[in-house]
Design a protein around this ligand. Sequence first.
Ligand code: GRF
Length: 207
Amino acid sequence: MLNVVVLVSGGGTNLQAIIDAVEAGKITNVRLAGVISNNKNAYALERAKKHGIAGTCISPKDFDSRAEFNEKFLKAVDEMHPDLIVLAGFLVVIPPEMIARYRNQMINIHPSLIPAFCGTGYYGLRVHEAALARGVKVAGATVHFVDEGTDTGPILLQKAVSVEQDDTPEILQRRVMEQAEWRILPQAIDLIANGRVSVEDGKVRIR
Ligand code: GRF
């Protein structure tokens, strides 16, 4: 049984997709050990509470320094004994020590087909605004392992969606969420939980 901790900052639709998949048996061999948010008002915490999953808020704003936040944040994560950490719309920089400690045990969902529209400054609607500005014909989402860079870790799953003529950033975001994010993030967790994923020379192999 894999202990999974989910890190969130916002509405939590990806967290909800994970919860629904676990409850429907589409994700097996997983225990949702807890949800941590940097935002006390994140609706994701409400979603966790409704499903009896421990939720807590740890915000950099509550500490005098980033170093102090990093220490307390990592301690809270460690105390949940995660085998897998899932960043589901988490907007705080992960402490370097945590990346080292949980190398290849931490995944992120990004709302583009990496390496397009990713890296510093590409998050939320900005990703979709950039895609429409460039005039791409396909968009999509990526699940990747977290390393020291921004959206640079080994890619586990990707799923493309079509870009339509009259898409707005909001319409495109919703399509990427519905048709890509909410499918590949639960799928990625199930693959990892059932021992089907390895990282070799920076590339992901799925058995
Ligand atoms: C999603 O678009 C995800 O790709 C990005 O942040 C957003 C989180 O949305 N990382 P939600 O909180 O899961 O609804």
